[in-house]
Write a protein that binds this ligand. Structure first.
Ligand SMILES: *Cc1c(COP(=O)(O)O)cnc(C)c1O
Length: 478
């Protein structure tokens, strides 16, 4: 597909404003523009075609299957957008929460109740909706760990992170000022317990585990790990970004975790990708409540009030209450699904992943674990003998109308492909994906050159991905 960005033609006009464009009289002359702005001169039709063509180059869940591991690219019901667009939510001024809370009781109630719902779902005692991303939720958690140790006069210098944790985990521990101590993974896909015990000590601040880990495997020994951590006065942190594996089945708060974050934009009703708005609420046990970020919504008799400042709090993480629209969607989603619905979501997410894992086992090596939860990791290293890599398979899938899985992560699996089908996909879609993966494996032995030429049908084929991120070119496609 070719897309030309320079469409401007001298004197071509898109719309005529009745009465012409006039400058408001109260703009002082020295602030007025001397030259007309240099805008593209295009017709309305030119503009419509241009943006429609751009939109079609976008890959989205609304058009195709998107099994991007650890990202939960599931379908979110459109009715949730309606909820977020309710006039009362949409037109509430953020400062109303400060100067006229009586005018935004509904919004404050929603915040208060969503916190309660998440506490119930996670088995925690208190929640803050302030963080605007999963990684920011992690940072909030790690700053609370720091604050709690300092308040108790404990000297700590490192955080233990298994090597199957999400990439943000070690980065966050480091940002909070801790050294990162990595623990390896056994053949069962679980954190090596003996190595963990060797590395755990009085200066361990926390154990930060992605749960389930990035292999999609749940560690049945979390309570044992938590008990050991407690013995060293270390907090247990659960990265619960992918709660669609656990909801209704397992509450981290019941298994000894002290802190966790959840990603509302993965599990609870907000589509994401491309840097859209998110929310990564942080949930804690009673012991850490006083350190939660501000502001807090509190209930006084039957009214809701906002507390702006509190002793002990790690402070503010975002303006007002973060991405409020995302919170509205999560609230509506939880009410819509109900407890049973949330449990069914976990069952379907896990069933879909296991179904695919078993189908693909015939064509690809699955290095860890028998079963899995919401995702699994396979290895394309068996194709190496044909000179084919996981990258080539990923590119081949694009021509099949499928978004490639996460590749080359986790690092402990060579030629890794991390696949998360999510709960919203049908058996037919999963079968079509398995078929495409089988075709890729067969093509690798029959005609590897062909596979290495993929994708043929995409607007851009094989990019210099590092270069594309560092020197972004937005005005042309070469
Ligand atoms: C997505 C994800 C994160 C990071 O969440 P962001 O909202 O992208 O910052 C952290 N941990 C896990 C396990 C994730 O899947």
């Amino acid at each position: 597909m070719e897309l030309i960005f320079e469409k401007s033609v001298e004197e071509r006009k898109g719309a005529r404003v009745p009465g012409g464009v006039s400058v408001p009289a109260d703009i002082p002359p020295h602030l007025r523009r001397k030259e007309p702005p240099s805008l593209p001169q295009v017709s309305e039709l030119d503009a419509v075609r241009h943006f429609t063509a751009l939109g079609r180059m976008n890959f989205s869940v609304d058009r195709n299957f998107y099994p991007l591991g650890s990202c939960t690219m599931k379908y979110n019901p459109k009715v949730l957008e309606k909820a977020a667009e309710e006039e009362g939510f949409l037109s509430a001024h953020p400062y109303a929460s400060v100067i006229a809370p009586e005018k935004v009781q509904g919004s404050l109630r929603l915040i208060y109740e969503l916190e309660e719902m998440l506490a119930e779902i996670t088995g925690m005692d208190a929640v803050s909706l302030q963080p605007m991303a999963g990684a920011q939720g992690e940072l909030a958690g790690m700053l609370m760990v720091r604050a709690a140790h300092e308040a108790a006069g404990r000297v700590k210098d490192h955080v233990i992170v298994p090597d199957t944790s999400h990439g943000t985990n070690p980065a966050t521990a480091r940002m909070a000022g801790y050294e990162v101590v990595t623990v390896g993974t056994g053949r069962d896909g679980l954190m090596d317990y003996d190595e963990f015990i060797r590395k755990l000590g009085p200066s361990t601040a926390a154990v930060l585990m992605t749960c389930p880990n990035t292999l999609g495997i749940f560690n049945p020994a979390v309570d044992k790990i938590a008990a050991a951590a407690r013995g060293s006065e270390a907090f247990m942190y659960c990265d619960g970004a992918n709660l669609n594996a656990l909801m209704g089945k397992f509450r981290p708060g019941d298994a000894g975790f002290d802190i966790m974050h959840v990603n509302l934009h993965k599990t609870f009703g907000t589509p994401h990708g491309g840097g859209g708005p998110g929310a990564g609420p942080v949930c804690v046990k009673e012991e850490l409540r006083e350190f939660l970020p501000v502001p807090r919504v509190v209930k006084v008799k039957d009214r809701f009030e906002v507390v702006e400042d509190r002793d002990g709090s790690i402070g503010r993480l975002s303006c007002f209450f973060g991405n409020f629209g995302v919170l509205v969607k999560a609230y509506a989603y939880i009410l819509l699904c109900g407890g049973e619905g949330l449990e069914l979501i976990s069952e379907m997410a896990v069933l879909n992943a296991n179904y695919l894992k078993e189908k693909l086992r015939r064509f690809y090596e699955i290095p860890f674990g028998e079963g899995c939860l919401h995702e699994f990791v396979l290895s394309a290293s068996g194709l190496k003998k044909h000179g084919v890599s996981a990258y080539d398979v990923a590119k081949f899938l694009i021509d099949k109308g499928i978004h490639p899985p996460t590749v080359y992560f986790p690092l402990i699996v060579s030629e890794a492909m991390m696949i998360e089908p999510t709960e919203t996909e049908s058996k037919q879609t999963l079968d079509a994906f398995a078929e495409a993966m089988k075709e890729a494996a067969e093509l690798a032995s029959r005609d590897p050159e062909e596979l290495r030429r993929a994708p043929r049908g995409a607007p851009a084929g094989r990019l210099d991905e590092t270069g594309a991120a560092r020197s972004l070119k937005l005005a042309s496609l070469e």
